[in-house]
Design a protein around this ligand. Structure first.
Ligand code: PXG
Length: 294
């Protein structure tokens, strides 16, 4: 059976969930999105994701056509309608249908849809052996252009980086910013472990303020690590004890080589393991319940 998709206020079967070819989300990538997960019937970090969606929309002067309360409800209903316990949820808001010009004033009504489904970016074995990462030539976009802190539908920069990584035979691409500092990977934030220090680039290095990133920083502190947001160079990763990537879809995944050089022992390290375990426990404990009768 197909999925039920929330589209502009209604739940419709996926075959009927169609978008106009005049939608500016499609014509120009004019829109924003979010990706969330539910674990055991609880939506993890729902408020943080909603907040970022409204900020992303505000950043491109797009009005989300639902109040925060109504959107929260719509997300819950979409998960419920598909009877999902462990799910990946995508919320997309586009500028809506307009004409063939790019002027957003010609788009009177934003389009909104929510897909509740599943996602697995990497097979389970990759979480045990770690990812091969290569530095790509594609640079992170400047803040003065589409700010990387906006989760917009313009992901071509990230996709080009992913293609470069694919061509190099790697699992992920490390993207540097224009100053040559580390920003993030194509759809994940990056962390390094040096002794008792857990470090990740600051948002101003051109990274998305990842929800998983924030949770991991908190978990790091509660595990007694010194957590720093600081500029990192590739050298900092080459000489790290451990490295891992974070994202809602990928969760926490070890990175065990960069540019063909093993990181640390070349195998996932103990600190990454402790953080992964703490994350799993928090995720099932703390989400917002979708099904009241539990
Ligand atoms: N950086 C970027 C550029 C992202 O797109 C993250 C970091 C992690 O953020 P959260 O809040 O999820 O911890 C993301 C989110 C994919 C895919 O297929 C990845 C994202 C979104 C959609 C698809 O890898 N990542």
């Amino acid at each position: 059976m197909g999925l039920l998709i929330y589209l502009n206020g209604k739940l419709v079967p996926e075959e009927q969930a169609k978008i106009s070819v005049f939608d500016h989300g499609l014509l120009y990538g004019d829109g924003v999105f979010e990706g969330l997960r539910s674990y055991q019937g609880r939506i993890f970090c729902l408020e943080e994701h909603l907040q970022r969606l409204y900020w992303s929309a505000h950043g491109i002067m797009l009005e989300v056509p639902l109040s925060r309360q109504a959107l929260r409800q719509a997300v819950m209903e979409t998960v419920k309608a598909n009877k999902l316990k462990d799910s990946y949820i995508r919320i997309v808001v586009t500028r809506g249908v307009g004409d063939l010009g790019l002027d957003p004033r010609k788009c009177p009504r934003p389009t909104i849809f929510i897909i509740a489904s599943k996602i697995q970016l990497y097979p389970e074995s990759y979480y045990e052996k770690g990812l091969k990462v290569v530095t790509v030539a594609t640079r992170r976009n400047l803040h003065e252009s589409v700010n990387p802190a906006i989760k917009s539908l313009n992901y071509l920069n990230n996709i080009l980086a992913k293609i470069e990584a694919n061509h190099a035979g790697a699992d992920e691409g490390l993207i540097l910013n224009h100053a040559g500092y580390v920003s993030e990977c194509t759809g994940e934030n990056i962390f390094v472990v040096h002794g008792q220090v857990l470090a990740t680039p600051p948002v101003h290095a051109g990274v998305l303020a990842g929800v998983t990133r924030k949770v991991v920083m908190e978990l790091g502190r509660s595990l007694g690590l010194e957590v720093r947001e600081q500029n990192l160079t590739r050298h900092d990763i080459y000489v790290a004890d451990e490295c891992f990537l974070t994202g809602t879809a990928a969760e926490i995944i070890p990175a065990t080589s960069l540019d063909g050089r093993p990181i640390g022992t070349g195998r996932p390290g103990p600190t990454t393991g402790r953080i992964r375990q703490a994350f799993k426990e928090k995720a099932i404990r703390e989400g917002i319940p979708v099904y009241e009768t539990e």
